[in-house]
Structures are given as C-alpha cells and as structure tokens.
Design a protein around this ligand. Structure first.
Ligand SMILES: [Zn+2]
Length: 101
C-alpha cells in the first residue's frame, strides 16, 4: 500500500488574500481561477483518500461526515498543516465565489 507521490503542489501566499499555485505541468495559476470544488485536485497528497469520501466527488472535506480526507488526517496520513492550508484557501475561494455575482 502507501503510494509515494513524487510531485507536490506549492502554494505561495503573495499577499493578504492572494495565493499563487505552482503545480507540475501548469504555469503559475492564480488561485481564484480555481473553483472551490476543484481545489482538492491540486492537493496531490489528498488524492489517494478522496475516493473514501462518502460524498465524493463534491465533498468539501470540511463539514462532511465520513470524509476520507478527515480520516486520513486523523491517522496522520495527511499533515495537519496541509489540511489547514486547504481550509484556508477553500474559504478564500468560497468567499470570492459568493461575492462574484
Ligand atoms: Zn471529503
């Protein structure tokens, strides 16, 4: 079991509410071009566990019960700081989306 990922996603905070996402194969992407429900795809270390989510695809991994990501977090397969980073960015994008219209 235990697949090793050789790639990683780097997120750079470039300002108060501004992040840059640098992923292999992508140019640097403005974080706000990502939809909140696609954010988990950019967290490569989440990928192995997303299928364990009861509501995948479409699980936000925050409020849901039976979430593979939260389970992985509990058993330390995902680092707490990665998850906190995810929540922070997710909230930012969500906020942006709600104010878009
Ligand atoms: Zn989930």
């Amino acid at each position: 079991m235990g697949k090793n990922t050789t790639t990683d996603v780097c997120l750079y905070e470039i300002g108060e509410n501004s992040f840059l996402l640098d992923t292999p194969g992508f140019q640097t992407i403005d974080i706000y071009e990502i939809e909140s429900n696609n954010l988990d795809k950019y967290f490569i270390d989440f990928r192995d566990y997303i299928n364990d989510c009861e509501f995948a695809p479409g699980c936000s991994h925050i409020k849901e019960e039976n979430c593979g990501i939260k389970e992985a977090l509990k058993s330390s397969k995902i680092r707490e700081e990665r998850y906190q980073n995810y929540i922070k960015i997710y909230d930012d994008i969500k906020d942006k989306e709600e104010h878009r219209w």
